[in-house]
Write a protein that binds this ligand. Structure first.
Ligand code: ATP
Length: 135
């Protein structure tokens, strides 16, 4: 089975490295599936899950935006933040979700606060969904 080497890196350091059969993720332009030998590509990523297929197993990593660089034998994801499913603290994500929802429900706020709260909500929901295998 052909594989592609995947690295997921954040400003805090590497989060994931493995040889996988397929990588799927959410680019800003839509879902992207990458198999070994894919043509070189660069794409901005949305807040979402990276799915990494290894035989019968699929591993999940939450990413909060960033960039994907594809070469025929290597995929690099540079993410603002990334967590493997098993490293996600669900209680923390639930609290972040609650805080963001409260901010979004406050009537007096400027656009910057609103956008920040919307993004925080998306990150929290993404993390929660990944721990529940929903994405
Ligand atoms: P919070 O308000 O809980 O900090 P956030 O979405 O603002 O959430 P980020 O700015 O995206 O957090 O991430 C800051 C750091 O904390 C990153 O290293 C990220 O991987 C980590 N992190 C954030 N939320 C979680 C979580 N629920 N479980 C594990 N790590 C998390």
């Amino acid at each position: 089975m052909k594989t592609v080497n995947v690295h997921i890196v954040t400003p805090d350091g590497p989060v994931y490295e493995a040889d996988v059969e397929m990588v799927s993720t959410k680019a800003k332009s839509g879902e992207l599936g990458i198999l070994p030998g894919h043509i070189p590509t660069v794409a901005p990523l949305a807040i979402g899950a990276v799915r990494l297929k290894k035989g019968a197993q699929t591993e999940l990593v939450a990413v909060s935006g960033g960039f994907l660089e594809v070469r025929p034998d290597k995929v690099t994801i540079l993410a603002q933040s990334a967590e493997k499913a098993e490293d996600i603290d669900v209680a923390r994500a639930e609290q972040a979700k609650k805080r963001a929802e409260e901010r979004l429900n406050q009537s007096k706020q400027d656009n910057i606060d609103f956008t920040r709260a919307e993004l925080a909500l998306k990150r929290a929901v993404n993390r929660i969904n990944i721990t529940q295998n929903r994405f």
